[in-house]
Design a protein around this ligand. Structure first.
Ligand code: ADP
Ligand code: MG
Length: 288
């Protein structure tokens, strides 16, 4: 679905990514982790096309739809109600709604076959796209993210940054894209909303990439972990706890290898000692 091949991204003379590789498959639930400044946010921007790679390729399957939640959305402003903003997710349904209204108006003066035909077409498409349920869906998601029914009529601009961020998250979820890229989605959420989001993402059929430092949240949602470290991307086939265990295990293996090495060195030293001892004995024998 998304294939990243030999991705190199340089900031000045520093390579943030150095021939990194990563393939994202449909439906995967991935935690993208790594220390601060290793380039997780940059990687998501490269995927959506906000930034251009220095070299390498990022290919996406045709018509792939991406929902991207990032911290820049904190500054998104609108004087529309939050219900309206969330419902902007349904671009096609909204367009059809307006066209239907217009055709109905036209019918008052022009009762022709042509207008009737168009109206019927638009109405069937609207119905096929579940147009009558979009308001209900928007209410449901806003409620999950902590908004009361009364809140939904308030202007977006009257909410604080953290609450505006929740509205943007609601809108992105309502778009129901093929893949969600969520950069630190729990930063502005309280516990009930985090739990609601966990359930939502578990039930989501598309792919999800989550950047988060919240290991409990990650453990509940993801089944794959990708670590951004030293310019490379490494995949682990499990959730965050699995990743930690696997890292420790790999650490143990290295420790084991170290022990083996130490044992070998000791053995060699002993051999050398014995050889020297023999050699000096022989010398002593010779000099006698
Ligand atoms: N516009 C920029 N100009 C210069 N350096 C940047 C810019 N954006 C990010 N960086 C640097 O790139 C590195 C990676 O940043 P970022 O992708 O935000 O990391 P992360 O999300 O993993 O914490 C950081 O060292 C940061 O200082
Ligand atoms: Mg970041």
């Amino acid at each position: 679905m998304i294939a990243i091949n030999d991705l190199t991204y340089e900031i000045g003379s520093r390579a943030l990514y150095d021939e990194a590789n990563w393939h994202i498959k449909p439906g995967e639930k991935i935690g993208l982790i790594g220390a601060n400044g290793t380039g997780k946010t940059t990687l998501l921007k490269l995927i959506v096309g906000d930034l251009k790679a220095t070299s390498g390729t990022i290919s996406k399957s045709k018509d792939l739809t991406i929902g991207y939640l990032n911290q820049d959305l904190l500054s998104y402003a609108s004087d529309k109600s939050i219900l309206h903003v969330a419902m902007e997710a349904f671009a096609r349904q909204n367009q059809l709604h307006d066209e239907i209204e217009e055709l109905l108006k036209k019918l008052e003066t022009d009762y022709s076959e042509d207008v009737l035909h168009k109206l019927s077409d638009k109405q069937s498409e609207f119905e096929a796209l579940d147009g009558y349920n979009i308001e209900y869906k928007a209410h449901e998601i806003l409620a999950g993210l902590g908004f009361s029914d009364a809140d939904t009529e308030r202007k977006l601009s009257t909410f604080s940054g953290g609450w505006r961020m929740r509205v943007m998250l609601a809108k992105i979820l309502l778009q129901n894209p093929d893949i969600l890229l969520l950069d630190e989605p729990t930063n502005h959420l309280d516990l009930p909303s985090i739990q609601w989001l966990e359930d939502y993402l578990r039930g989501f059929e598309g792919a999800v990439v989550i950047v988060s430092h919240d290991r409990w949240f990650l453990d509940k949602v993801i089944n794959k972990t990708v670590e951004s470290r030293k310019g490379k991307l490494t995949s682990y086939s499990g959730n965050y706890s699995f990743y930690v265990e696997e890292k420790e295990l790999r650490g143990e293996i290295q420790k084991g290898e170290f022990k083996n090495q130490q044992a070998k060195i000791k053995q060699e030293e002993r051999l050398i000692e014995r050889f020297r001892a023999k050699a000096s004995k022989a010398k002593m024998a010779q000099s006698r």
